[in-house]
Ligand binder design. Structure first.
Ligand code: ZN
Length: 246
């Protein structure tokens, strides 16, 4: 069987869906210029196959595939489009994956009409980067100090645990701020003689050095309150009998 390869570097914001459809389009266009009559196009893109079957596709590349297939059929060609599962060790498929990775390094970028929908993810990503940059430049913000990344904080567990986690993260708990309601002086740590804060309890207080080691609490407040360690922080607070006062 004759063998030839083609590689293209599509614009960076092209979606996977558009790129996969583009490959099928190139295969049909290849068939239209070849001399034999029976062809099988193998693709691992089920979404492309389903779109080709659609009566009214909106993606311009799918529309071009349909036009090219129609043209091919008028030339008495028979085209079978075969779905092959990806990453199953099928030789041609693995070769195509390798060529695709190499194609991404080509310096010539193909100019191709891309659906506006493909830009949505790129725009979203750029917006996230811009917001993160602004957040990183923010000073004099208590939340910024303990939450350097804009990625959402996550918390599983009981409602009481989720409430406690939120109070820890905003730094306001009954334990540390009850003095405001009582209209008295800020609460002091009876062991260390300093202002009682969430940071002091989680990272500094000498009374609980051993429990911090036992619960494997990280050394900084930012780490303690992050997604990876918040459950350790809650376990630690239960161990030192302060969880109920959050
Ligand atoms: Zn202390």
């Amino acid at each position: 069987m004759d063998s030839s390869n083609q590689q293209f570097h599509l614009p960076n914001f092209t979606s996977t869906y558009t790129a996969e459809a583009f490959c099928v389009l190139k295969a049909v266009q290849f068939i239209n210029q070849a001399t034999k009559n029976n062809y099988v196009i193998c693709t691992d893109s089920l979404s492309t196959i389903l779109s080709i079957k659609s009566a009214y596709p909106t993606n311009p590349i799918i529309q071009k595939i349909q036009d090219s297939i129609h043209q091919s059929l008028t030339q008495s060609n028979t085209i079978t489009i075969l779905w092959v599962p990806s990453h199953c060790g099928i030789r041609g498929n693995e070769e195509a994956d390798t060529l695709a990775k190499e194609g991404a390094t080509l310096t010539d970028i193909l100019h191709l009409p891309i659906p506006s929908r493909d830009l949505v993810n790129t725009v979203k990503q750029k917006m996230k980067e811009k917001l993160q940059h602004q957040w990183s430049q923010t000073t004099n913000n208590q939340l910024r100090k303990i939450k350097p990344s804009l990625k959402p904080w996550k918390m599983n567990g009981t409602r009481r645990e989720r409430v406690a986690a939120t109070r820890l993260r905003i730094g306001h708990t009954l334990l540390t701020h009850d003095f405001i309601f009582q209209k008295i002086e800020p609460t002091q740590c009876t062991t260390c003689g300093t202002r009682l804060t969430i940071e002091h309890i989680l990272t500094e207080c000498r009374s609980f050095d051993q429990q911090r080691i036992t619960c494997k609490l990280p050394p900084t407040l930012t780490e303690c309150l992050g997604n990876d360690n918040i459950h350790k922080a809650l376990t630690y607070l239960k161990t030192i009998n302060l969880f109920g006062r959050l």
